[in-house]
Design a protein around this ligand. Structure first.
Ligand code: G1P
Length: 301
């Protein structure tokens, strides 16, 4: 079996304007919206770390400073909590700082996800890397990224995470044409289309926001013209890689994910995510769930 370079770096695009959550996101990055009491972006960094990726590059932009502050030391707050002897909160404040080595690069212009990934070129260099989109949170009990890294170690090239969605929702995602392999949860990706109309989608298998990408993607992205929405699409660059041989940066495989994924990219699913996380918390569920039941009973009358 070929010996492929290990994956050690994660890239997290976080330059989006968050227009779906205005006015909350006028002065606060959408990545900082809390899921109960932790900003969404911290779950994403924790996921990268639990897959063994301790080097995290965030692709940010204007108005994103609070993300950097969140992963940095907060001296005054720490001193105040230390003086009060509040160890528990002190640990909560320090936790995001100790997670990973954080790096930041700015995406000057909002030219799409492919362009955001291209901004990582210098930091990533010639290694394969993981890319995690902040709108998707994967349940820590269903370790998807680790599996994707294993699949990259077996087949080389790039790996996308695929989830089956109802046909009418496929136009919200990149969709994949797939072929079976000898492994139940792994497919060969033969084509990819960004946000196809439902009747043109190659399948119901949608790309969710987790990727392991071969560094050949950078050259491809530099040559990729704007696609859907007039933006440089990562899906289009991966489509090119899917047609290439191993010497040029291909192939592309998919891991079929059947675990728990939470979408925080729109208001309804964000609310559903917060409720599900609260329902799973030992400190909140005993009071929250009976309240929720009563609330729903009353609302149903
Ligand atoms: C991006 C990708 C799309 C993918 C989706 C997953 O779209 O372009 O291919 O299916 O993330 O969440 P976005 O949701 O950022 O428009």
């Amino acid at each position: 079996m070929a010996d492929f370079d290990p994956v050690t770096k994660a890239v997290v695009p976080a330059a989006g304007l968050g227009t779906r959550f205005l006015p909350a996101t006028k002065a606060t990055p959408k990545e900082m919206l809390p899921i109960v009491d932790k900003p969404a972006i911290q779950y994403v960094v924790e996921e990268a770390v639990s897959a063994g990726l301790l080097d995290v590059l965030m692709v940010t932009g204007r108005n994103k400073r609070s993300i950097e502050d969140h992963f940095d030391v907060a001296y005054e707050l720490e001193d105040a909590l230390r003086a009060k002897g509040d160890e528990e909160r002190l640990n909560q404040v320090k936790e995001p700082v100790d997670l990973a080595t954080m790096h930041y690069v700015r995406q000057g212009e909002p030219k799409g996800l492919g362009h955001a990934v291209l901004c990582a070129k210098q930091h990533v260099g010639h290694e394969p890397f993981a890319c995690l989109l902040g709108d998707d949170i994967i349940d820590p009990r269903d370790p998807l990224l680790k599996r994707m890294i294993e699949v990259r170690a077996t087949y080389g090239g790039s790996v996308v995470a695929l989830m089956e969605v109802p046909r009418e929702q496929v136009s919200l995602y990149g969709a994949a044409a797939i072929e079976a392999t000898d492994e139940d949860d792994v497919v060969r990706v033969t084509d990819l289309v960004e946000k196809p109309p439902a009747d043109e989608a190659p399948s119901n298998w949608a790309i969710i926001g987790r990727y392991v990408i071969d560094p050949a993607v950078f050259d491809v992205l530099e040559r990729t013209p704007p696609g859907r929405g007039g933006e440089i699409q990562l899906t289009d660059a991966l489509r090119t890689l899917a047609s290439m041989g191993p010497e040029e940066g291909g192939p592309v495989h998919g891991v079929l994910f059947r675990g728990r994924r939470y979408d925080t990219g729109n208001k309804l699913e964000y609310l559903q995510t917060v409720v599900q996380f609260a329902a799973n918390r030992d400190d909140l569920a005993p009071e929250f769930l009976p309240w929720l039941r009563e609330f729903l009973d009353k609302a149903g009358q």
